[in-house]
Design a protein around this ligand. Sequence first.
Ligand code: URA
Length: 235
Amino acid sequence: MRLNKYIAQAGICSRRKADELIANGNVKINGAVVTEMGTQVEDGDKVSVNGKLIEQEPARKVYVAINKPLGYITSMDDDRDRATVAELVADIPERLFPVGRLDYNTTGLLIMTNDGDLTYTLTHPKHEVYKTYVATVAGVMSGKRVAQLRKGVDIGGFVTSPAKVTVLKQNPRSAVVEIQIREGKNRQVRKMFAAVGNKVQALERTAIGDLKLGRLMTGHYRKLTREEIDYLKNL
Ligand code: URA
């Protein structure tokens, strides 16, 4: 098995993160540092990451959906001591890591798992699924702006792919808009609305593909059902 897959399957991190660890010289096989990406792990090999031996038995796979609150970072630890999503699943013994990212000020659906293969599939640019967000934006969400968002906008050197956009509510000074996008550029939804002249005031992710946030309370998690796990794996 390829080294990055071996590390991901053991639940240490995603396959992409494993590549970084390998490239940075943090991974050893049988005591020798390996930086070659394609290295194969053979039966009986002892692999260590940052000096810690990887368990031979892969960890039990755990899949949860969390409703990320405001002011949490999507990371396992933070050098600035901010709250992390890891704290929301602290009572689960397995070390789960987030699938993709949500901004500090974005709320809503985030999947956390120790299944590195699923993380890899769901975050790979080739397989990007539609993610649904509900944005509260300042100002008027005119038909022209909606059309621009649907077609694609320039968010600074990158033109977004067609998006699905529905205005849910127009208030006197703000609007509530549902937007579905397949890509996952940094702060993409905020930048898309900014590109058409509407500042995002609040942003919530409500679905990843058909997986819905539903009534999950802020800051809480629920285990995914077998059907949901199979659905995500087959995306
Ligand atoms: N787009 C954003 O701008 N922020 C997020 O957190 C997710 C998508």
